[in-house]
Design a protein. Structure first.
Length: 162
């Protein structure tokens, strides 16, 4: 009975989507969105960063900057902790400074904002062959990235991932 119901539901969805005419797909028919005005305040955020893709890293930096601005850029009202683990650790290795110069400069700019901190997972760095002194000095080294995220969530930080 459940299989028949699911099949019928699926067929109804497919047939209703095929009934859409060119006229119903015109932008004018759908109207405009409602813009919501909101004031954000006193947010504590833990941003989980693991990607080895420079495009994702740069988009993440944009998002972090956007969160900082959305919260009024007040260090008493915003705390953003970026936890770097997984393959993202490579971006903070001293031996990769030349290759990652622009990303490092952008992260360095974030560290100059009050309320923003960067932490690299020592466990992952070790698995990737890095000692703490192999990592650039704009970050803190924490014992475990996942445990750090949980610790920050227990302190009331809200989780965001790349």
């Amino acid at each position: 009975m459940i299989k028949i119901t699911l099949t019928l539901t699926y067929l109804m969805l497919i047939s209703s989507s095929s009934l859409l005419s060119a006229e119903s797909l015109s932008p004018e028919k759908w109207g405009n969105p409602v813009e919501v005005s909101r004031v954000y305040q006193k947010q504590s955020i833990v941003f989980d960063l693991t990607s080895k893709d420079p495009k994702i890293i740069n988009k993440s930096i944009d998002r972090i900057q956007g969160l900082y601005i959305a919260n009024g850029s007040d260090p008493f009202d915003v705390k953003i902790n970026v936890v770097i683990h997984g393959d993202a650790v490579h971006f903070f290795a001293k031996k990769h400074i030349a290759k990652n110069e622009e990303i490092i400069k952008r992260f360095s700019g974030l560290t100059h904002l009050e309320g923003v901190s960067l932490s690299v997972c020592k466990l992952r760095a070790k698995k990737l062959g890095y000692k703490p002194n192999d990592i650039i000095g704009i970050v803190n080294i924490v014992p475990n990235g996942d445990a750090e995220i949980i610790h920050l969530q227990q302190q009331g930080h809200h989780y965001i991932t790349q």
